[in-house]
Design a protein around this ligand. Structure first.
Ligand SMILES: NC(=O)c1ccc[n+]([C@@H]2O[C@H](COP(=O)([O-])OP(=O)(O)OC[C@H]3O[C@@H](n4cnc5c(N)ncnc54)[C@H](O)[C@@H]3O)[C@@H](O)[C@H]2O)c1
Length: 372
């Protein structure tokens, strides 16, 4: 594998989330955004101007450009695999927004193609690399609450049509609350608790017709084509059993939005940050503690979306594994589909993919540096 000193990035998909990547990527000298593209050239031009990206290319041009080493794929879910496959076929590494794909078959197809071409596949989320989940993982591994027994995890909201300029994809295959927000929760839970043994799910379309109330498409309607309310139980190989609720059909939830995951152990309980964020307080309370204890962050704070891509760049140079990997995202995709499959079959689902936790983040390195 030929690895340049600085990994040259091309961004495909210049919509709502692209600014978060383009802004944060500047903090990692190991990567350099050299071009961006979108089906809508106007969007690509606007983002290039805003973030100082040197070139705007057509999508095909970018995917074929010899000046690009890694394609950051920020398109909508149903275009993730098609776009990533084209990058891979051209010998480029790829990092996609979540989910990896809309079903298991296309996720596997991408990973196999990348293996053949000897290139890396990365996938969001990279929020688990932030200080919040990393600190929680370290404390759990140290046994601060004993052996994890149970957990609850919740992501409940009314949906995204009141704010997103083009919310249709949230209600198509590859969308819904599980495929949209499940990746954050499941990636965090896998990092905290390890591989899953089995799951059982129940899913429904609770609100079948949506009216957009964000500005550009105000008043247009969306027919919901995928479950907008997905719940389930997960049994982890370490014995912990708990529940996950993801919903785009609920209002005024009463759980703590800042710490929506609680893990109950034999010796105490831990409250974990919103896995859609990087930093935030972790609290625990052991059986003899008079009150909750706030754990200070034990890892670098301030990271944002694109730390996963920077980690891929360090991995390429150091010959080590990257953390926000395609195989982790494949395990998450397998579980997300599993909730829907279990709901349809009425039986529990056992994952067909294996999972191994990525290495913890390094502690004590300067901001923006992920390897010595
Ligand atoms: N918006 C958010 O807050 C948010 C947060 C985290 C993750 N994400 C994820 O990021 C991805 C993009 O979301 P978004 O909110 O930016 O969507 P968006 O609709 O605002 O932007 C997607 C962009 O991709 C372009 N596009 C679509 N298909 C394409 C193709 N085949 N080739 C090239 N360009 C194509 C569209 O023209 C559009 O500009 C989704 O997978 C979503 O789940 C979004």
């Amino acid at each position: 594998m030929n690895v340049p000193n600085r990994i040259r990035l091309g961004v495909v998909g210049c919509g709502a989330i692209s600014g978060a990547y383009l802004g944060m990527a500047k903090n990692f000298p190991i990567v350099q955004v050299v071009a961006c593209a979108d089906l809508d050239m106007e969007k690509a031009r606007a983002k290039a101007a805003e973030y100082g990206v040197p070139k705007v290319l057509g999508v095909d041009q970018l995917l074929e450009s010899p000046e690009i080493d890694l394609v950051m794929n920020l398109t909508v879910p149903r275009a993730h695999v098609a776009t990533a496959l084209r990058a891979v076929e051209n010998g480029k590494h790829t990092y996609s927004e979540k989910p990896l794909g809309v079903d298991r078959a296309e996720g596997m197809k991408l990973l196999e193609a990348a293996k053949k071409k000897n290139v890396l596949v990365g996938c969001a989320p990279d929020t688990f690399m932030g200080s919040g989940i990393q600190t929680a993982r370290k404390l759990l591994d140290e046994g601060i609450i004993g052996r994890p027994v149970a957990f609850t995890a919740m992501m409940m909201c009314p949906g995204h049509e009141h704010w997103h300029p083009s919310p249709e994809f949230y209600y198509q295959a590859g969308g819904g609350p599980m495929f949209d927000m499940g990746p954050y929760y499941l990636t965090a839970l896998l990092n905290l608790l390890g591989p899953v043994k089995r799951i059982s799910g129940m899913a429904s379309v609770a609100i079948s017709l949506r009216t957009i109330t964000s500005r550009d498409k105000y008043g247009q309607t969306i027919v919901v084509q995928t479950p907008d309310h997905v719940c389930g139980m997960l049994e982890f190989q370490n014995g912990a059993v708990g529940s996950l609720i993801t919903s785009f059909a609920t209002r005024f939830p009463t759980y703590d939005w800042q710490q929506p995951i609680t893990i109950y152990g034999t010796e105490g309980t831990m409250r974990v940050i919103d896995p859609n964020t990087f930093d935030g307080p972790v609290h625990y309370r052991r059986k003899d503690d008079a009150d909750w204890v706030e754990a200070p962050p034990q890892f670098v704070t301030g990271y944002g979306r694109s730390v996963g891509v920077a980690d891929m760049a360090f991995a390429l140079q150091g010959g080590r594994a990257h953390r926000a990997s395609g195989s982790q995202a494949m395990a998450v995709l397998d579980l997300m589909r599993g909730f829907l499959d279990s709901s349809e079959s009425g039986r529990s689902y056992e994952p067909v993919t294996s999972y191994e936790r990525p290495a913890p983040m390094p502690a004590g390195l300067p901001f923006g540096v992920l390897d010595l």
